[in-house]
Design a protein. Structure first.
Length: 431
């Protein structure tokens, strides 16, 4: 169900406060508001995730876009540079870094506020939240504290990344905690790491030279080499929703979408985004996930091995955008000069496509539902259910929905790519 524009953090499979479905991103964003941190938060993400991020939590959210994917150290360094250079956060201010795929309750985010005091009052270079383990897991990294008198926080001795279950049990006996990826530090301390790499701390220059940052995780580049580290224990429920196995444990219903589960399909979840029904008979401890991008049938315990079978590549079949969403329903290449792609598109009221044109394809819009306005080469016309709009190559066009609007778009031409989207003389974002 994940693709380049919709990672697992954006899947709407968790129950929200109103009874509807929400994603991990939406849940964390809502929780940050409840503890008073949302207004001070920026989101670091890749360019391909920006549209769906705006769609789910609003276009007002400040976003730091990675020029390319280079792991978590470059992403965090760029975000801190943005806070310092653009927002004006001082070098002595404390910044916390949080992943969005942790399933926790509000007290966890209140702990983040305590990290600020540890960094500033206790003069620590780095402060982390460590989760008290509930079982010896080989999936997580461990924070091993020094043997010292108990207090609100502990001094970190060393780290151990994904040990065997036997070693994990031994570490837990020494008081080790799960590393949940939450860090706090002073802005100037991290910018100093950037300067040691002979790179500029200023945002625009660092973004321009982003490819020179080492492609490495924040843990390996910074955390494991740091001195004067403190860990703040967290003793309540925490879960990393990194696999279908752990994600389904927090889903409030075993069935999402069109389909059915037989009574003897125990501990099985069906998540179906397709319009065709899926029936599951007599299969237990499994997950069945069906989306426009593909279908997975997996034993839950085996679901972390998903990457073993993802050996194929294809175009995006579903994407959420600032204006709504689209789903590819059909694609064919007939010969060297003719491709055809059909997609169903849903446009929110008041939203639409900015003026753009295509050099290598024509499009045909058939309005299914709702009302709006189309503009072709500067000429405006209303569109209503049943209307058909032909858009030849090189004709600049746009659409604005007056009400929620759905349409079928048929693209045809020798080459159907997202790069063939142009606005004026410069290439624009594909719509």
């Amino acid at each position: 169900m994940s693709n380049d524009s919709r990672s697992k953090q954006f899947l709407r499979v968790l129950e929200g406060p109103d009874g509807g479905l929400e994603s991990m991103v939406q849940r964390v964003w809502r929780q940050l508001a409840r503890v008073g941190l949302q207004s001070d938060t920026v989101v670091a993400t890749s360019r391909s995730q920006v549209d769906i991020l705006y769609n789910q939590i609003g276009s007002h959210v400040p976003v730091v876009i990675e020029p390319e994917r280079r792991d978590t150290f470059p992403a965090i360094a760029l975000a801190v540079s943005y806070l310092h250079s653009v927002v004006g956060v001082g070098r002595e201010e404390t910044v916390a870094v949080l992943p969005v795929d942790s399933y926790v309750e509000d007290p966890f985010f209140a702990k983040v506020l305590e990290l600020k005091r540890i960094v500033e009052k206790e003069e620590r270079n780095l402060a982390l939240i460590g989760v008290e383990p509930t079982f010896p897991s080989a999936k997580y990294g461990y924070i091993v504290p020094e043997a010292e008198a108990g207090g609100a926080f502990r001094t970190v001795s060393h780290f151990r990344e994904k040990p065997s279950e036997e070693e994990a049990a031994r570490l837990i006996g020494q008081g080790a905690l799960w590393n949940c990826g939450v860090f706090a530090f002073r802005v100037g301390w991290l910018l100093g790491h950037v300067e040691q790499l002979h790179l500029p701390p200023g945002f625009e220059e660092l973004r321009r030279r982003y490819a020179e940052l080492p492609k490495i995780s924040f843990d390996h580049q910074v955390v494991e080499k740091a001195e004067r580290i403190a860990v703040l224990p967290y003793r309540e429920s925490w879960k990393d929703l990194g696999t279908w196995n752990t994600l389904t444990e927090e889903m409030d219903t075993p069935l999402i979408g069109k389909g059915s589960l037989s009574h003897d399909s125990k501990n099985t979840h069906l998540i179906n985004e397709l319009e065709i029904p899926v029936a599951v008979l007599g299969i237990s401890d499994a997950v069945v996930a069906a989306s426009p991008d593909g279908i997975l049938v997996s034993d839950k315990a085996a679901s972390p091995r998903l990457k073993e079978v993802l050996t194929f590549e294809q175009r995006l079949m579903y994407e959420e955008c600032p204006w709504g969403w689209y789903r590819v329903t059909d694609y064919n290449r007939y010969d060297e000069e003719t491709e055809m792609l059909t997609r169903r598109m849903s446009v929110k009221a008041g939203k639409g496509f900015e003026p753009h044109y295509h050099r290598k394809r024509q499009e045909v819009w058939t309005i299914l539902f709702g009302h709006g306005e189309a503009v072709l080469d500067g000429v405006s016309r209303p569109v209503n259910p049943g209307d058909v709009v032909l858009i030849p190559p090189l004709v600049k066009h746009s659409l604005r929905a007056a009400t929620d609007l759905e349409l079928i778009e048929v693209q045809s031409g020798p080459e159907l790519t997202e790069e063939d989207v142009w606005a004026e003389a410069a290439q624009a974002k594909a719509y």
